[in-house]
Ligand binder design. Structure first.
Ligand code: ATP
Ligand code: MG
Length: 479
């Protein structure tokens, strides 16, 4: 009797949402007129994603070799249907990867806007003329993708945007010191004809970067801005749950006088980092004298060496670019003065791959919790099994989560491939790395029903009642 009551309650609870979702689906076939009459003012409701329908084609068979240009994150991303190779260093970002990247971008937006960043979007097609003025048209060499328009005018596909943004600022004759610091940033595709594109998204020829450019009224103010961006980078990497180091870095062809890189320590990393155990000083080995064995700061301790993946790079530029382009502002004395600049890059697609590189095992993806494409995967019982009756409990659960937990809106998928065993689907779910996998099986039909919950982040499997499960999931942080 109690069991019957339970079913009835579940049914009652879900009548409304189910009816609504059926209406939503039916509307795909409506005439435009009837569509307007039903939905004129309401937002469309996305149906629960079903694993059988998701476009995540595996682009690597188990055990298939992909040569020496590969690494763990690339193999896992190909295997899980996250990316597809187009041509060397250029990838299709498939739906799950894009979901993850959009989350990363939202997180970056939060951090950049918390320190006053304003988002812009600059042209990818950049006039050679600007680059000739800064002297980098030659300096960039073969790394730059160059092209001509129909009037034979030279352009490049932007590998970075110091020239473009400084020119933008220089064109503003009314910029006042009261508007400074000005922090403009964008998240866009960058193009670099890398000599050896490799390791999937870690070194592409077309990749996403967040690049921020700061304009200040004095050197002191610019250094303050520099520190605040470095803090924001640290906070971002902390929120992703990644182990990172900030090291003294070379300024390369971007120039300037002060520079740091943010690295994730990893064997596959292409940079060598030295860290002083005594005073905490750390540097990219490129910045030290050849053969230097003691710390340049405290002169005592030997270094610890590790390899790192560079995920971010900050530069204090001073007036290097503002002078070239005459990027000035009006100061408190009503005189024109040169803006003092900084620039700050973060490899968006590189962070995505690098975090999988350091967190995952050889055959299973583990995401930074906030970046998982979906937070929860629900596994209904196998068709024809003893527990097959519980299939509607799985549907109810999805509805409950949708109705009760705003943090998980759009974050739940149902693995509806019920012709497969739970074991097989569990293996796939592990490989894709959903932070929470919920099995709705025999135990969900018992007098005190419970769900089996596999928590990827902690590695635990627990059995929880519906309320306890909802409680657990209500604490899942999403972005
Ligand atoms: P690297 O030394 O790895 O070639 P870089 O020093 O040339 O990088 P920056 O100009 O500092 O790169 O670019 C800012 C950030 O953009 C880097 O810290 C990195 O995270 C990312 N990035 C640079 N090149 C690539 C690439 N080819 N593929 C993916 N991300 C990249
Ligand atoms: Mg760099």
């Amino acid at each position: 009797m109690e069991l019957l009551m339970h079913f009835c309650q579940c049914k009652l609870r879900t009548v409304l949402p189910r009816t609504l979702s059926r209406v939503g689906r039916r509307n795909h076939h409506c005439t435009p007129q009837s569509f307007h009459s039903v939905h004129a003012s309401s937002k469309p409701v996305a149906p629960t994603p079903l694993v059988s329908r998701l476009f995540q084609p595996s682009n690597l068979r188990e055990g298939q070799e992909v040569g020496d240009m590969t690494c763990r994150s690339q193999r896992l991303m190909l295997q899980a249907g996250l990316i597809h190779l187009s041509n060397p260093g250029c990838f299709y970002y498939l739906p799950a990867a894009l979901r993850s990247m959009e989350k990363l971008v939202r997180l970056i937006d939060e951090e950049m806007q918390a320190i006053g960043g304003q988002k812009v979007d600059m042209p990818a097609l950049c006039a050679a003329e600007l680059w000739k003025r800064s002297g980098r048209w030659e300096l960039m060499g073969k790394e730059m993708f160059r092209l001509q328009d129909r009037h034979n005018i030279d352009y490049c596909l932007g590998p970075t945007h110091e020239e473009a943004v400084t020119e933008l600022l220089a064109s503003q004759s009314t910029l006042s010191y009261k508007q400074l610091p000005l922090l403009l940033y964008q998240v866009t595709r960058k193009f670099r004809d890398e000599q050896k594109p490799k390791f999937g998204l870690l070194r592409g020829r077309e990749f996403y970067m967040k690049d921020m450019y700061s304009f200040d009224y004095s050197e002191e103010a610019a250094l303050h801005t520099y520190q605040s961006v470095c803090h924001a980078y640290g906070r971002l990497l902390d929120r992703l749950g990644l182990r990172w180091v900030q090291v003294q870095a070379d300024t390369g062809n971007i120039g300037g006088t002060l520079s740091h890189e943010f690295h994730l320590p990893a064997e596959v990393g292409e940079d060598r980092l030295l860290m002083c155990e005594n005073c905490g000083f750390s540097a990219n080995v490129e910045t030290l004298e050849a053969g230097q064995t003691d710390c340049p700061q405290c002169h005592t301790a030997p270094f610890t060496e590790s390899k790192g993946i560079e995920v971010g790079h900050t530069f204090y530029l001073g007036t290097k670019y503002s002078q070239v382009f005459n990027a000035t502002f009006t100061n408190a004395q009503n005189k024109l003065a040169m803006s003092v600049m900084g620039c700050f890059g973060l490899g968006v697609t590189r962070i995505l791959a690098a975090s999988l590189e350091v967190l995952s095992s050889e055959d299973s993806i583990r995401w930074p919790g906030l970046l998982a494409p979906y937070q929860v995967c629900i596994l209904p019982p196998k068709k024809g099994s003893k527990a097959s009756e519980a299939v509607h409990l799985a549907e109810d659960l999805v509805q409950n989560i949708g109705n009760i937990l705003p943090n998980l809106k759009g974050e739940v998928v149902m693995d509806d491939r019920t012709q497969l065993t739970i074991g097989k689907r569990m293996k796939d779910a592990n490989r894709l790395g959903y932070p929470y996998v919920v099995v709705v099986g025999q135990k969900a039909m018992e007098e005190n029903p419970v769900f089996e919950v596999v928590c990827q982040q902690s590695g635990e499997t627990v059995f929880l009642s519906r309320d306890a499960l909802l409680d657990l999931l209500s604490n899942v942080e999403t972005v």
